[in-house]
Design a protein around this ligand. Structure first.
Ligand code: ATP
Ligand code: MG
Length: 433
């Protein structure tokens, strides 16, 4: 029989790694809470139309990367429905915003999510078919200030804080404006005209994009195409006064807060819904897949999927890439190693097994992390097992059970002490530091 393996582009995360994932998620939750974001959890699959409309038919995601299937009809009278595993979460969040009429509160909605996304891409380091994103959206009616450049700057400042608190040093914030729904079409025409004489010498993808979605040409990574792309007109020169002012105010607020950024004229991002501010945080430690996160403003998205006017701004961080970056940073390795549990209980003889479970229950209920050995193990085996996972070993023989005085050995110091059962939890907690 062939052995079954995880599907190409998917991975198992084992406990040696999930500790770091949990730490990242806990830090993100703490930071989001400080900025008054609440968590939203949307389904992992949605009606395909949501992504076709919300992400854009011409994007790489919708045109070639989605996991889509016709869901079986249960009765003959029922139609099949085209469903898709979510390739990103913004469309789902905005659908939920519309469905639950969150705009009617008149308040700005600040929502974050953490969860798996699915794209049929070519798997490589930092690029998987199931990956996890940590993202957030600020969305609401115009009267709630959802269009304000202050919101853009606040989201960017929050991201800078989050990356710093995660211990990711050396990030670079790249910032651009892709203009509003009125001035973007003008730029696209300018771009189309400028591409006409040169696109024949560019890669096949660019030739296709020049027809279907000229903005995407700016995304091209093919080395030979770069001189052509650098010579193309810049979107900054096509922005109208309102878009320029908006962008200038985002920059001014970032300057005031002391958040460093670089202007990147080619940053148009892979999703169609972006308007005005677009951004990416990159990190040198990631190699080719160097984007830690991406995001931008999407003032027309709600209307695109049938909702009321609800401008917004959001981002999605690649959690897998945060993990890769942290694993590469020396400082994390030290904290990663420090994952030993408080104690290992070694019952001395099988007769002590019930008493050992009782002691483990007592200590665990006091918040200690305990591994329970087995009375059939020889003492040497218990010590070896304990040394691997715990900071201390507790010996529980008949004498200890009767007297209520236990023998505790700390592995780091090699100290062996007699501790009264009532003082055990305090003793173990004190040795944590
Ligand atoms: P990339 O340029 O790396 O393909 P993207 O523009 O497609 O990224 P977004 O759709 O904006 O990315 O998603 C935001 C973030 O999610 C990315 O910056 C990246 O960190 C992460 N991400 C996107 N696709 C993948 C993937 N297939 N595997 C792992 N992480 C991913
Ligand atoms: Mg991509």
């Amino acid at each position: 029989m062939t052995t079954l393996k995880a599907v190409r582009g998917t991975r198992d995360l084992l406990p040696a790694e999930t500790g770091l994932w949990n730490r990242i998620e806990a830090t993100a939750r703490q930071v989001f809470a400080r900025y008054n974001f609440g968590e939203i959890r949307t389904p992992v699959f949605e009606d395909t139309t949501l992504f076709a409309r919300g992400v854009g038919e011409e994007t790489d995601i919708v045109s070639k990367e989605m996991y889509t299937w016709e869901d079986r009809a249960r009765a003959q009278s029922e139609k099949t429905q085209s469903l898709t595993l979510r390739p990103e979460n913004t469309a789902g969040v905005v659908r939920a915003y519309i469905e639950h009429k969150l705009g009617e509160t008149g308040q700005l909605q600040k929502l974050y999510y953490i969860g798996p996304q699915f794209r049929r891409e070519r798997p490589q380091r930092g690029r998987y078919r199931q990956f996890s994103q940590i993202g957030a959206e600020v969305i609401g009616p115009v009267s709630a200030g959802s269009e304000s450049p202050l919101r853009d700057a606040e989201v960017l400042e929050m991201l800078a804080t989050l990356l710093d608190e995660l211990g990711i040093s050396g990030w670079v914030l790249k910032l651009n404006s892709v203009g509003s729904a009125t001035d973007r079409p003008k730029y696209i025409e300018t771009l189309r005209a400028a591409l006409l004489p040169v696109v024949g010498q560019m890669c096949p993808d660019c030739q296709r994009r020049a027809e279907t979605n000229p903005l995407r040409v700016l995304d091209c990574k093919v080395a030979e195409d770069q001189p052509f792309i650098d010579a193309l007109p810049k979107i900054a020169d096509s922005l109208d006064q309102a878009s320029r002012d908006h962008f200038a105010q985002v920059c001014a607020a970032l300057d005031a807060a002391g958040v460093p950024y670089e202007r990147d004229h080619r940053l148009v991002r892979g999703l169609d819904y972006y308007t005005r501010t677009t951004f990416e945080f990159t990190h040198g430690g990631l190699g080719a897949q160097n984007a830690l996160l991406g995001g931008g403003r999407y003032d027309g998205l709600s209307e695109l999927i049938g909702g009321p006017k609800a401008p917004g701004i959001g981002f999605a961080m690649g959690e897998d890439r945060l993990v890769l970056t942290l694993q590469a940073l020396e400082s994390t390795k030290i904290t990663l190693l420090d994952t030993k549990i408080d104690a290992y209980i070694a019952p001395l003889g099988e007769a002590q097994n019930p008493a050992a479970l009782q002691l483990a229950r007592e200590l665990r209920r006091q918040g200690l992390s305990i591994e329970l050995g087995d009375g059939s193990f020889r003492l040497k085996k218990s010590f070896e097992a304990a040394d691997k996972v715990a900071r201390a070993i507790i010996l529980l023989g008949e004498d200890e059970a009767q007297s209520g005085i236990l023998t505790v050995k700390q592995f780091s110091s090699g100290m062996q002490t007699k501790v009264a059962r009532a003082d055990l939890a305090a003793h173990l907690t004190a040795s944590r530091i």
